[in-house]
Design a binder for this molecule. Sequence first.
Ligand code: ADE
Length: 243
Amino acid sequence: MRIDVLTLFPEMFEGVFGSSILGKAREKGLVSLNTVNFREYSNNKHNTVDDYPYGGGGGMVLKPEPIFSAVEDLPPSEGKPPRIVLMCPQGETYTQRKAEELSQEDHLIFLCGHYEGYDERIREHLVTDEISIGDYVLTGGEMAAMVIVDSIVRLLPGVLGNEQSAVTDSFSTGLLEYPHYTRPAEFRGWQVPDVLLSGHHANVAEWRRQQSLLRTLRRRPDLLERMELTEKERKWLQQFKDS
Ligand code: ADE
């Protein structure tokens, strides 16, 4: 997969793209992560990329020319045509499902804006997706793009050491994850649940499924409404709903 991020602040990405799992994925050649400063595509001598809004009012608007030029100057995509993703609070709210969808692509381009907004022609004639990472406003799209890139790259084959770990994640299963424990079996008097020490795989699997269901009921009941549960699971959960 190739990912290009258009930003006025490429230095913000150095640490994130160079460290931990993303850094390793890049070193292994599993993903190509690039930044482009679209100020280099400004079409005026002051290198500005924003201008006053037609019709007046406060704030500045990102001009279309530098963004279109920067996208058109990227090396041609190999494989499917790119998805061009605009980071903005008005976009669709990001979910694990969207991460899974985008992880199937060959080439992703992220547009990170600052200032009041984007010239509408960028939305209408360039981008394929508009994404928000939540109902709050950031100073720019960069941190949102980092969140999205991170969530996509970890889904790419070979990126996570243990293939299991992306499969049982919270949300991938539609439920929140069950509790985890490691050694010691007793810490400050607090015991690890006996079933986990039992070595009985079927019982462990059942306990984990129940804990996932219970945790989801307590923390994110909205997720449970969309889940298909067995009759047995539904009955088991009912006792906690009543209490
Ligand atoms: N830019 C500013 N706020 C944002 C948000 N919540 N999500 C994505 N991009 C943004």
